[in-house]
Design a protein around this ligand. Structure first.
Ligand SMILES: Nc1nc2c(c(=O)[nH]1)N[C@H]1C(S)=C(S)[C@@H](COP(=O)(O)OP(=O)(O)OC[C@H]3O[C@@H](n4cnc5c(N)ncnc54)[C@H](O)[C@@H]3O)O[C@H]1N2
Ligand code: MOO
Length: 408
């Protein structure tokens, strides 16, 4: 048996980064940038109107009022995407739309609500804005060559919007990890099937698959197999050839029908460790193929499987994409934490913020078969082995779930 820390270390040194690929923007969401992206041009590219109205020389309208409007000759209309034709000179102006380039000579835009309106050859201005109001200046947002996005950033709507604004149609990203998920057990049935006798529904396939997608992975296949050596072996061979990383759940303990460890090593997966001093998830297995493919053998209990995935597989999937994994934070217990006497313990719970301090408590259901202990949880709380339960007021480490956030 090895410690949680050693398990992390063994896994971390085994990670191999995935190759870089050029991906069309509209299919790159959630992938990780493989290069810094610099601005190819300034933004805005040219001075332009921030509001619909009239591009004017401020000197002409500075004293305009309802009673004494300034009257200007309208020389042209400039729509967004059009080029101005004539310069604005003293006594003249151009009707201009938001985003349209400012004509030469104009320094200010008067919004149309403060004028007699669009359409005439003359316009009355009833109210003057500040000098240079309603103009967006070339380069005020981004200078040419400026680093816009850094390698290692995950592409969310924000990054995708920025890339598109600079005309990128493809983007260099680390390939998504292809993950194979095998769930094992004679008792398993898929949701939608009829349950008979002592059968149960396969929840691990779904919860682990969902975690993998949250980590930016691509599921290469899901295999739900009975406790049958030949069938499991076939699934393992298929899944290994289709995946960069393989996760199995179930059959990894020491029961009569727990074949996974033997089958994996029999297929040439070199065992790095099997069994970690943790609760839940003691019979956790990790090994590598001679091609470096990583194999995680998770225990079948639904909470144990998820704890192992969150603690070990999520950071691995991030590291394979050269992306950092969000850090853990400390919070103060408001209720006791049932520390284990011998094993490092993980329990789902809630963390929240109050007056600048972080507090947490464990979910009411804490056993490793209780999948509903996750409902309403937003973090995984952890604590080293201790002969006494930890009391309210003690600090513990929390890992906010990747799909959750801190409560206010
Ligand atoms: N004598 C011992 N018995 C057990 C030990 C031990 O050390 N000595 N370890 C216990 C611990 S801890 C765990 S965790 C489990 C892990 O066992 P396995 O990985 O072999 O898992 P299974 O036996 O296949 O299943 C355990 C449990 O989980 C249910 N299960 C399995 N797969 C799914 C799934 N896809 N969806 C929902 N539920 C699933 C299964 O029906 C069992 O109830 O072993 C303890 N026993
Ligand atoms: O360690 Mo097992 O994973 O407690 O349930």
């Amino acid at each position: 048996m090895i410690t949680v820390k050693e398990a992390h270390e063994r896994i971390a040194v085994s990670v191999k980064k995935l190759p870089v690929e050029e991906k069309p923007l509209n299919s790159a969401q959630g992938q990780v940038l493989a290069e810094d992206i610099c601005a190819g041009f300034q933004l805005p590219r040219f001075d332009n109107a921030a509001m619909d109205g009239f591009a004017v020389q401020w000197e002409d309208i500075r004293d305009a009022s309802q009673e004494h409007p300034a009257v200007l000759k309208v020389t042209e209309e400039i729509a967004a995407g059009a080029q101005p034709g004539l310069p604005v000179v003293a006594g003249s102006c151009a009707q201009i739309m938001t985003g349209a380039p400012m004509p030469k000579g104009a320094d200010t835009v008067v919004i149309f609500e403060h004028t007699s309106g669009f359409g005439g050859s003359e316009v009355k201005v009833f109210k003057a804005p500040e000098f240079c109001a309603n103009v967006r200046y070339a380069g005020e947002e981004v200078r040419p060559g400026e680093v816009l996005l850094k390698r290692g950033e995950r592409l969310t709507p924000a990054e995708l919007g920025v890339l598109a604004a600079f005309g990128r149609s493809v983007v260099p990203v680390y390939r998504r990890p292809r993950i194979g998920i095998i769930t094992v057990g004679d008792e398993l049935r898929s949701p939608g099937e009829r349950l008979e006798g002592a059968a149960i529904y396969n929840s691990n396939g779904y919860s682990l698959g969902s975690c993998a997608i949250a980590a930016g992975a691509q599921i290469s296949g899901q295999w739900q197999v009975p406790d049958d050596v030949a069938v499991i072996r076939e699934a393992l061979v298929e899944a290994l050839s289709a995946s960069d990383l393989l996760v199995t759940a179930g059959g990894i303990s020491t029961g009569e029908y727990d074949y996974m460890q033997e089958l994996l090593t029999g297929l040439g997966i070199e065992q790095e460790f099997w069994k970690v001093v943790q609760k839940p998830g003691k019979p956790f297995f990790f090994g590598k193929g001679d091609d470096g493919k990583m194999v995680f053998g998770l225990p079948g209990n639904p909470v144990s499987a998820l704890v192992c995935f969150l603690e070990y597989c999520m950071p691995t999937l991030s590291a394979m994409q050269n992306s950092g994994y969000h850090g853990k934070i400390e919070a103060e217990l408001v209720e006791p934490f049932p520390a284990d006497k011998k094993r490092y313990r993980f329990l789902f719970g809630r963390i929240w913020q109050k007056k600048g301090r972080l507090f947490c408590k464990v979910s009411p259901k804490i056993e490793s078969h209780m999948i509903t202990s996750l409902v309403g949880a937003n973090c995984l709380i952890e604590a080293p082995a201790s002969l006494q339960p930890l009391s309210a007021g003690n600090a513990v480490t929390c890992n906010v779930l990747p799909w959750s956030s801190l409560d206010e």
